[in-house]
Design a protein around this ligand. Sequence first.
Ligand code: S3P
Length: 169
Amino acid sequence: MVVLVGTMGAGKTTVGRMVADALGVGFLDTDHVVEERAGKPVSEIFVDDGEQAFRTMEHEAVASALAGHDGVLALGGGAVLDPATRELLRGHRVVFLRVGLSDAASRVGLGVSRPLLLGNVRGRIKQLLDERTPIYTSVATDTVETDGRAAQEVADEVRALVQDGRHGA
Ligand code: S3P
């Protein structure tokens, strides 16, 4: 099992699928788990139920995925804000996909499906990067740089880390 963390635009879903394909294992994304359980997209959960309700569902999705999924798991960008979720990650191989402001903003585009970015995509990403980078670093066993790199190149590096088996459980 390898867990991918990082902010929106880090490429967790794209890279995660590539790593899973290369290793011949399953891929799971906690946003999708939450969406399936709620029966609606993340953006609608934020509007209808609020961010706190989403965070509760997200924690449950991480907990069940860590317990039952043996493959590549991508966490939503804000999942690590919950101390209980950070605790669950202990002992797992956690790869932080690092991205800077420019690349994150261009990958996210207008960010219409990402409620936290509405209004000012670049300004919000900057704020989230400043607030969260120390948290991603604290939960990560490895950090992989994504700026200016193709998803495949990043995926190859993550796969090598997993196959190398030096870190994590
Ligand atoms: C969020 C990131 C999103 C999603 C939600 C909130 C965040 O996931 O969980 O919109 O707080 O950073 P991605 O990082 O997969 O876009």
